[in-house]
Design a protein around this ligand. Sequence first.
Ligand code: NAI
Length: 497
Amino acid sequence: MSATEKIIGVVGAGVMGAGIAQVAAAAGHRVLLVDTQPGVAANAKARLAEVLAKLVEKNRLAAAERDALLARIEPGESIAALASASVVIEAIVENLPAKQALFRELEAVVAPGTVLATNTSSLSVSEIAGALARPERFAGMHFFNPAPLMPLVEVVAGGRTSPAVVGTLTELAHAWGKTPVQAKDSPGFIVNRGARPFYGEALRFAEETGVDAVTIDALLRAAGFRMGPLELIDLIGAEINLAATRSVFAATGNDARYRPSRLVEENVAAGRLGRKSGRGFYDYARDAKLAPVVLPREPAPAAIVVHGDLGPAQALVELWRRMGVAVERRESAGGCVEIDRVKVALTDGRTAHERAAADGAVWAVFDLSLDYGACRHLGLAATDDRSARIAAGLLQVTGTQVSRLPDVPGLLVARTLAMLITEAADIVLRGVASVHDVDLAMQKGLNFPGGPLGWADKIGANYAVGLLDRLAVTDAARYGVNDLLRRAAQSGGKFHA
Ligand code: NAI
């Protein structure tokens, strides 16, 4: 049988099922789209026809192609209609007993060789498989919303899934123009778990500091993320974000790293769900044009002394020199810039106050960027106003806006990236997915500007570990470093060859 001769069954014609049916039909398959609620599958097809009509109007799809695609989708209302499918993808309600009952029913209807897959995003694939007579033919095939546009598909192997089934679903996703990655069954799979620190650290920072959402989001956008975490929660819906966090928290036995944030819980309790309710971290009637709080422009320093190496911020030295700052280099330890008796350094997890207490100087520390040359907004913290102004003047030399942040360990971007890195390393160490697939999944499933393990290679695993070790002094359960990451820091090894 050629790949497109396979008949694809999709059960559940909601947002995801309809999207998956569209993807399969667009790739040339006959698709049986079944929803047991009367009229739901037919309505889903009618809605798809409307969407495709708009694409035809805009000349983005030929009318004949649209007609052929729609003709390949057959709506149905009974599970028995799926008898001839070679692959069935389930996208019904996110409820374990409902899914188990459906798969039991499906097993009685389909041929012995039919592959069965679930699109669950938070249930255990192995647990669903527990209800099946033949769990080896069952796996997760996790699409992202909207399925026709999002490239990533996580193919998830349960404890008893056969490798051949993983292979079939991976090939199918490829043939559908998707980017498949393979994961072993585990809470949140790759993306929903790997993404938790992106939200978690911003929320923790907001709780600790009271810094406004606009500034937090702007700083993370300047770090390369397409959207800031708080505006992203507002877009997705606070209740959906909270459900994802709670499900990983519960499935990991209440691991402190995933503890839901009080701020999101409060938003959900108050009905501040985000864009859909007009209010979340932002008030959409009012806040649209709010700008982040930044420091005024300060004079650039004429001359600086650079002590030792600035670590991941070393590239700044050359940028400053090119902008006309006279740089004197000293081979001293410590890695900082000295201007007019103020010491300025990239955060290493210690606060400016801690560093001042250690050497009696006045200090400013600034945040991490993966590309200081392109970065247009950085946060800094300082022991006093004068140090903040002098450090701002230095950072502004490269055209960067500067926000003054409260003096908390690891600032905002550095600790967010370090936590994303240790989380990604944890996914690899537990054998859930390969280094390659973890980084690919974070980019294709979340639009991240790179993969976390690639970031570790770039900034140095030792930098991330040093930062997290200092944060662990305040909260060991949350900031404990993954062993694989620590070993990379100790050996100087890279995740990507
Ligand atoms: P939805 O609520 O839009 O659609 C579910 C559909 O399943 C409804 O039309 C309902 O009538 C139908 N249904 C319920 N029980 C059924 C049964 N026993 N047999 C046949 N049809 C049945 O839900 P949505 O958002 O499409 O989610 C479906 C699945 O996809 C869930 O497992 C969810 O976790 C997962 N998922 C959802 C994503 C999202 O962003 N919405 C992303 C990735 C996965």
